[in-house]
Design a protein around this ligand. Structure first.
Ligand SMILES: [Fe+2]
Ligand SMILES: [Fe+2]
Length: 287
């Protein structure tokens, strides 16, 4: 297992950004149509409470971190996740304004994360690093192919690109906390691996159920023919972000795994242009 104290490959930065999302586009902001839009909206419903849970589970171990670099990274991680939660809450509230069941679905996520907080602390941190891995590999898939959100409505596209960039920036922080506070050995390895299996087995069916609830309530999605087939093709074939993320999902089970073994920090060069776009208010398509 890598030594967390000398392995801060990237220091994350908290950025307080606003995306001025056009509310009237909430149901069809993605160029692949209403179903794909609602797939991303379903993911968005998990973020605010999910990320608050990540913060909660990492905060519990904060006092035990002696390395100042990792301590700084944890502060930035907490700041970034809090900002993601705030911006996705805005997005989720637009679902309610459009007559879609955003609030009840978010309440379900809240109740779920409240239950997770009753689990033993190492298990909570295990769930966090597993879900951070899922998030990181999805973020990588989004950043590596512009077709994932590159032709979407530009404000929504930038929100998702920003989130993917910052998830990449902090992808190893919770994992480094895990390495710093957990005893090394088979027990930790088994806990780490089993939480990814469990988290993946729970998360994806819930996303599908959320998407089904949203598409059923949305007139545009109901009118779209072949929307589920189109979503499947988008996710698994062309551009196929979930198919492309599958290999990295398996890497997590390697005994010496570390998130930066998959070095994709070149994508972080996209942060500056994104900030410039936001500042100038211009709407170029994401590269
Ligand atoms: Fe996040
Ligand atoms: Fe994250």
């Amino acid at each position: 297992m890598p030594n967390p104290s000398d392995d801060i490959a990237v220091m994350p930065t908290r950025r307080d950004l606003h995306f001025k999302l056009p509310a009237e586009r909430i149901g069809d902001w993605h160029d692949e149509g209403p179903h794909v839009s609602q797939f991303f909206n379903a993911l968005s419903l998990f973020f605010p409470d999910g990320e608050r849970f990540f913060i909660h589970s990492v905060r519990h171990y904060r006092e035990r971190i002696t390395d100042p670099q990792l301590s700084r990274a944890v502060t930035a991680f907490i700041g970034q996740e809090a900002m993601h939660g705030r911006e996705h809450t805005e997005c989720n509230e637009m679902l309610d304004s459009a007559g879609l069941p955003g609030a009840p679905l978010q309440r379900f996520v809240f109740q779920l994360t409240e239950r997770l907080k009753l689990l033993p602390k190492p298990m909570q941190l295990g769930i966090t690093i597993a879900l951070e891995h899922l998030t990181a590999i999805m973020a990588n898939a989004l950043l590596q192919d512009r077709r994932v959100v590159g032709d979407a409505e530009p404000h929504f596209g930038r929100l998702w690109r920003w989130h993917a960039l910052e998830e990449t920036e902090h992808k190893a922080v919770a994992y480094d906390v895990w390495c710093a506070v957990m005893p090394r050995g088979l027990g930790s390895y088994l806990l780490r691996g089993s939480t990814l299996l469990l988290a993946s087995a729970l998360f994806w069916p819930l996303v599908a159920i959320f998407m089904w609830r949203l598409t059923r309530a949305d007139a545009k999605a109901r009118a779209e023919r072949g929307g589920w087939r189109r979503t499947f093709r988008f996710l698994f074939l062309t551009p196929g972000p979930l198919r492309r993320a599958a290999g990295e999902w398996f890497d997590y089970f390697k005994p010496g795994f570390h998130p930066w073994q998959h070095d994709n920090r070149r994508y972080l060069d996209g942060i500056e242009p994104l900030l410039r776009d936001l500042e100038s208010g211009s709407l170029p398509r994401a590269a």
